[in-house]
Design a protein around this ligand. Structure first.
Ligand SMILES: NC(=O)c1ccc[n+]([C@@H]2O[C@H](COP(=O)([O-])OP(=O)(O)OC[C@H]3O[C@@H](n4cnc5c(N)ncnc54)[C@H](O)[C@@H]3O)[C@@H](O)[C@H]2O)c1
Length: 430
């Protein structure tokens, strides 16, 4: 039976390790965080992902998945450690370097070494391969070294790990084939082989495509606020064109992928990437735009009570990394004019630097309820209860996710449709 060593047991590494363990491989999960390792050895997990608690319990009980703080010899090494950005927006590949150095003493001739972490173009050739070479391992001949980026959607990770098409970029054609075979054993989607740098770049461009298109939708939301147009209606009509697909505006772009990956390209080709850089700036400006609109919506009140709903960077997950909702909550909390209550059913107190309340507590006597994340719980909110409990039944839906009855007593403002603002507020805008 093949042994696989997965380095980094987060949102990507832990499901990956579990899927290989479930397929019958002998898997060792390695993490520098001892709490993660101890939990996993008890069959428990530290993250939220649909189906993962059950799968981990099963594969740990079966003895197929174990965890440790140090690697061991294996046939295949898969690195899935974080690749955040530095304060200056350059890529921090230190975790990838550390993880590579950690496995070097255990690598043997013929092993497959895969980096799944998202990395700047040329990192496999210019950073990872030289670390092996310095340790006396020829990266082009002794091992099969490849980059296989991950493109799963949180909330559907266990399904997409199996069904998605995988791009496998080898630093040699043989490495691509050998690494591809690792995935072919468990993946039902296509496994496409290419060079490492093409795989690095294709992953980055997937997320950059989405970031740039969201920036266009966000720019439309701002234009619409200025001109008194309903952007959601505009998008609906424009998208009737067979070759147009305008994305949805929102409160900003978060997460460790869309909000980070475009910078990896900008860093390597700054002069050639002004569109990508401007899109990042537009998306980064959205929290301020939301705060500004909250100011307009509550301008006539002395001490508005705000119920802020949602902190994660997208719906139905517990991940708050780079979340624009956190930035918005912090900005509102810093403004003494507001009494701010914050609620997110997926977030635990220890994840955020402020106190959380229940939805009922947040909405009680609130003048404005602000939806920052499209969690199902918010989409299914009981309108009757809300209107009863709120001082003024007004909602600012920054995700355009709320479905309200035609005869609703709620007033709903949407990020792309602020046309219902009062005349005084309209006047202050123009
Ligand atoms: N989460 C996603 O949806 C997603 C999707 C596509 C790509 N990615 C990419 O996958 C990579 C991993 O992301 P993630 O979301 O799983 O990160 P994560 O932060 O959830 O998990 C990373 C884990 O690696 C551990 N770690 C850090 N340095 C280590 C080391 N030297 N040795 C062993 N363990 C170490 C951390 O303790 C942590 O538990 C990133 O490059 C990310 O951009 C993530």
């Amino acid at each position: 039976m093949k042994k696989i060593c997965v380095i980094g047991l987060g949102y990507i590494g832990l499901p990956t390790a579990s899927v290989f363990a479930k397929a019958g491989y002998d898997v060792l999960g390695v993490d520098v965080n001892k709490r993660v390792v101890d939990l996993l050895n008890k069959g428990e997990i530290h993250i939220e992902e649909i189906g993962l608690p059950e799968m981990v319990r099963e594969v740990v009980a079966a003895g197929n998945l174990k965890a440790s703080v140090t690697p061991e010899k294996a046939d295949v090494f898969i690195i899935a450690v974080p690749t955040p950005i530095h304060e200056d927006y350059t890529a921090n590949v230190d975790y990838v370097k550390d993880a590579t150095k950690a496995i070097v003493p255990f690598i043997e001739k013929g092993n497959v070494v895969i980096v799944e972490s998202t990395i700047p173009p040329r990192t496999m050739d210019d950073v990872v391969a030289p670390i092996l070479a310095e340790a006396g391992i020829d990266p082009y001949n002794d091992v099969y070294l490849a980059h296989c980026p991950e493109r799963v959607l949180p909330g559907r990770i266990l399904i997409e790990l199996i069904e998605n098409t995988r791009i496998v970029g080898g630093i040699t054609p043989e490495a691509a084939t050998k690494a591809g075979d690792v995935y072919r054993a468990v993946v039902t989607g296509d496994v496409i082989e290419t060079e490492a740098v093409t795989a690095e770049m294709s992953k980055l461009m997937e997320n950059t495509f989405r970031d740039v298109n969201i920036a266009l939708a966000n720019e439309l939301a701002k234009i619409s606020a200025r001109l008194g147009v309903n952007a959601h209606h505009v998008i609906e009509l424009a998208n009737k064109h067979p070759r147009v697909n305008i994305h949805l505006p929102g409160p900003g772009v978060g997460g460790h992928c869309l909000a980070v990956d475009p910078y990896f390209i900008i860093e390597k080709a700054q002069a050639e990437s002004p569109l990508i850089a401007e899109s990042r700036r537009i998306n980064n400006s959205m929290p301020d735009f939301v705060v500004e609109q909250i100011g307009r919506l509550t301008a006539e009140l002395k001490n508005p009570v705000l119920a802020v709903c949602g902190l994660t960077y997208k719906g139905n997950i517990d991940d708050v990394r780079e979340s624009p909702a956190i930035e918005i909550a912090e900005k509102l909390l810093a403004d003494s004019r507001y009494d701010v209550r914050i609620h997110d059913p997926h977030v635990r107190d220890e994840q955020v630097p402020f106190k959380l309340t229940t939805l009922e507590e947040a909405a009680k006597d609130a003048h404005l309820l602000v939806i920052l994340v499209d969690h199902t719980e918010f989409k299914l909110m009981d309108e009757g209860k809300l209107t009863e409990n709120m001082k003024t039944p007004v909602i600012f839906d920054t995700r355009n996710c709320l479905k309200v009855a035609d005869d609703t007593k709620l007033t709903v403002h949407r990020i792309g449709d602020l046309t219902k603002l009062s005349a005084i507020q309209e006047a202050s805008l123009l």
